[in-house]
Design a protein around this ligand. Sequence first.
Ligand code: NDP
Length: 294
Amino acid sequence: MSTSSFLLNNGVEIPSLGFGVFQSAPEETAAAVTEALRVGYRHIDTAAAYGNEREVGQAISTSGLSREELFIETKVWISDYGYDETLHAFDKSAGKLGVEYLDLVILHQPLPTNFRKTLAAYAALEKLYADGKVRAIGVSNFMPEHLQHLINVTNVVPTANQIEIHPYFQQKDLLALDTDHGILNQAWSPIGGITFYYEGDGGSTLDDPTIGAIAQAHGKTPAQVMLAWHLARGRSVIPKSVKAQRIAENFDVFDINLTPDELSRMDDLDKGVRRGPEPVSLTLESHGMPIPEA
Ligand code: NDP
């Protein structure tokens, strides 16, 4: 099966389709990642806050794959923001993952109530990058004001911004801003998981009639055509599943060629309503939690 990759703005290659593990219970994570690696995924997206880096590391160590074949991405949680704290957060994550270096480390959220700490955390990522401990650095859930502020006062432009993007919430202005700065858009909830795994209004992308019709025309599933749409639009995707059949299904997308009309019909599904948390609403008081040592 042919796969594809993107070049980050520092020349590092990232597989275009990775494997997410948000809400994968620790006891399910090693098996899910093992299966993903068996199927052909080479990029894993985890986070200190997911509580499953150790299990991701178990799957890596038993995979038989060499470190160079893998692209490992993790995120620093807000409780570990600050220069020294974030340097130590790298040690904790790398220790649990059982690796010497990480391919991409991103700040999980902006901390608008203490942006000074967010900037200090990013300065630590710049140091880790300069020291060769991480191959690329980036951000997540950064809105235009956070991104612009960060770029104005730091030296290394983020390579990626991991944000909520699915057919029902497309953040087109933010996508354009990222692209203007050479920042790769990385879609979380790429098949719209956030539209169906919590209670809420607005419907599930999996049940969308337009997506369903396009899927049927290609003999594929709604999840598959959503992933193909992101890839065609130049976005990195990291779908999550703990089920072997879906892990394989979500990787079997590289032969889908959506027509310009199909792509624009999917672009038109945007409802402009965020389904995940408002990035500006997170504070240390509301969302802080200790990240255990390795
Ligand atoms: P996804 O869009 O990847 O959807 C995942 C959900 O869809 C799960 O409930 C999964 O259940 C189900 N599913 C997976 N494949 C299929 C399929 N083919 N057909 C039907 N249902 C399917 O949502 P996520 O929110 O998990 O986003 C993906 C990744 O992005 C995360 O795992 C995480 O790595 C990252 N992320 C980052 C965030 C951030 O703030 N930076 C926020 C949220 C996610 P099951 O496992 O039972 O198959």
